[in-house]
Every structure is written in C-alpha cells, then in structure tokens.
Design a protein around this ligand. Structure first.
Ligand code: ZN
Length: 353
C-alpha cells in the first residue's frame, strides 16, 4: 500500500508533471497547460487518454448490502477481468472510467493493479450514490450540510482516497426521480461545490427524469457552476430526445451509456437491444450540431460474476461503431465521440494556487 501523499507534495508532483516533457508546450516562454486527467496510476495528459469508455463498472457490488471498503479477492479479480480488459485494448480501447461509487464496490487499489496488468488507463471517482432510494448513502452524510459532504470529497482529491494515495478523476453521484429528495439535492450541491474546488467533472445518474435534470441544473446555477461540468447520466432512458437537446444546448454532457445487445450468461438471454434508441438520440443530437456534448458507453460490469450479470463493454467497438458508419457518421465524428469528448469531460483544469 502506498502512503498517502501530502497535499503540498502532490501539488509539487503535479507541477512537475505539468512542466514535464509530456505536457510542455514547444514554444518557449509560454506556460504549460494546467490540464490533466487523473487516473488511478496518476495524472496523465488529456492527449494520452485515447478511446475511452466513460461509464462502466469494472468492479461492482451493486445490489449487495453497502460495505466500505469493498471486499474483493485481488487474484480472482485479476484472473477474471484482465483478459477482458486486454481484449478491449485489442479493440482499440485505451481507458475506462469506473463509475462504481463509495459503498457499493469502489476499490481504487484493485483498479490500479488491474490497470497495471492490462495496460489500460482506469479512472475512479469520489461521491455518494443517491439513487436506489439512497441505500448507498452513508448514514453520516445525513448529519452534514452540502459543504460538509463536499469537504470529504475534496479531501479525497487533495489527499487521496483513504490511505491509498489514489485520487479520483471525476465526481460520481446519483439521484432518484424528481422532485429531488433533500439528501439527493444536497449531494448535487456537494458535487457542485467539489467541482468548484477541484475542477473534477460530475457524472450524475439521472435517467429518464427531465424534472430531476432541470432541478440539478438550477442547483448548479445557484452554485455558479456551468452545465459544461455536468453529465446527464443514463440520458438514453428518456424516449423523447428534446430535453437532451435542450440541456446539451446549454452545455451539458449527454451520457448515452446503456449500449447493449442481448447476450447469454449461464444459458440465459440477458439484456435488451438498445442500439436503435442510442442511434436515434445520436442522430437527433447530430442534427442539432451537438455531437461535441455526447458521451458513449455501456454501463457494463465485469466483476464479481456472482453479484452482477457480466454486462459486455465491447458492443460499442464491435457493433455500434459499425452501425454508426453504416448510418453515415464520419471517422472524424466517431473520433469526437470516442476520444475527444471523454477527454474533454475528464480533463481537470487545475486550481494551482
Ligand atoms: Zn452505472
């Protein structure tokens, strides 16, 4: 286990990285860009992210009782997951964001080991998951105001998660259907405060409830935070794309993250075919000139197999991108969707003071 890196040492190492050859601008006398993406292996240049799946669950205990830290067996996880991650790498995937939050299976050190063994960049998160009737929100959060909750998340960014020295690369939280419950509203406000302090973007599980999305955007406005820092997660669950176009037009990220075809597990057919829904939303966003606000992913799950159906993470590369090409999407548009947009979402514009 790595010792936590003190804040000053972290900022110094970040400053060193930013001044280093991987990020320095060629023109002498210009400041290097204060932009990084925070992976479980440390900060990287946004250019190094590559083809990224922005919403997956490499590890997840969703559905099991809340527990923190998550009990995983490292060797079993490596045996089960690494071959699949290497397969994704063969398909061109360079990075995956693990959206598994505190108390339902977030495991930064195991992710770091899986990243090392697979060669993929993996990104973990900070935040509390408020959907599923708030069952994964820790009891102590109810005694804190939004600033108090945010202070915990900000500390994970500045000091590392627990004793791991690993920093989150985004904020993950979730809300139930609107109107937002008091605790869900507080989680969204805490996310906005954390964004202001750290530069981390927010992926907020919202689903098909446009009223909950609108309420979140109001909270962001009250906190002086741009919709450009916020992703409407599971936006594909909406049948009418109009509210998505409206939110994207205000700058929000639209996360179409349920790309699936039916698959077989233990002899049983699992999952629906969601490709047409994703394609129709994408065509509507494209017609509105809003492809630069879209994120594509599977909400896949790979470990442990006894807790969650193993939901694939290769359908985008193997099936959906060929479908987009057949529908007339250009290679430049596909690059935008799979490389440029995720890099934009995860890039932290550092507050180096
Ligand atoms: Zn998810």
């Amino acid at each position: 286990m790595l010792l936590p890196v003190p804040r000053r040492a972290f900022l110094q190492s970040l400053a060193t990285l930013l001044a280093g050859s991987c990020l320095a601008l060629p023109a002498a006398g210009r400041r290097p860009p204060a932009e990084v993406i925070m992976t479980v292996g440390g900060p990287i240049s946004p250019d190094a992210l590559g083809f990224c799946l922005p919403h997956e669950h490499v590890l997840s205990r969703f559905g099991a009782p809340p527990v923190e830290p998550a009990p995983y067996e490292t060797a079993a996880a490596a045996r089960e997951v690494v071959p699949y991650l290497k397969y994704l790498a063969e398909l061109g995937v360079g990075a995956i964001a693990d959206c598994t939050a505190y108390s339902f299976g977030r495991a930064p050190e195991l992710l770091r080991e899986l990243s090392r063994l697979s060669g993929l960049h993996l990104i973990t998160n900070t935040g509390y998951y408020g959907a599923a009737d708030d069952r994964y929100v820790p009891a102590e959060a109810y005694d804190l105001d939004a600033q108090g909750i945010a202070d915990r998340w900000i500390a994970e960014f500045t000091d590392g998660i627990g004793e791991t020295g690993i920093r989150p690369g985004f904020i993950k939280t979730a809300v139930d259907s609107g109107p937002l419950s008091p605790i869900d509203g507080r989680l969204v406000r805490a996310a906005a405060i954390t964004h202001r302090a750290t530069g981390l973007s927010m992926a907020i599980h919202t689903g098909d409830n446009a009223a909950a999305a609108e309420q979140q955007l109001q909270i962001l406005a009250e906190e002086g935070v741009s919709p450009r820092a916020w992703a409407w997660t599971h936006a594909q669950n909406l049948t009418d794309p109009a509210p998505l176009l409206e939110a994207a037009g205000r700058g929000a990220w639209i996360s179409l993250d349920g790309i699936k075809t039916p698959y077989f597990q233990a002899g049983r057919k699992q999952g629906d075919d969601t490709l047409d829904r994703h394609l129709q939303h994408l065509l509507a966003l494209r017609a509105g000139g809003l492809l630069d606000r879209v994120l594509l992913s599977h909400d896949g799950s790979s470990f442990p197999p006894d807790l969650a159906a193993r939901r694939p993470m290769d359908t985008l590369a193997n099936t959906f991108l060929p479908l987009l090409r057949a529908a007339g999407f250009t290679e430049a548009e596909i690059h935008q969707l799979t490389v440029t947009n995720p890099a934009g979402f995860f890039t932290i514009r550092q507050r180096l003071r």
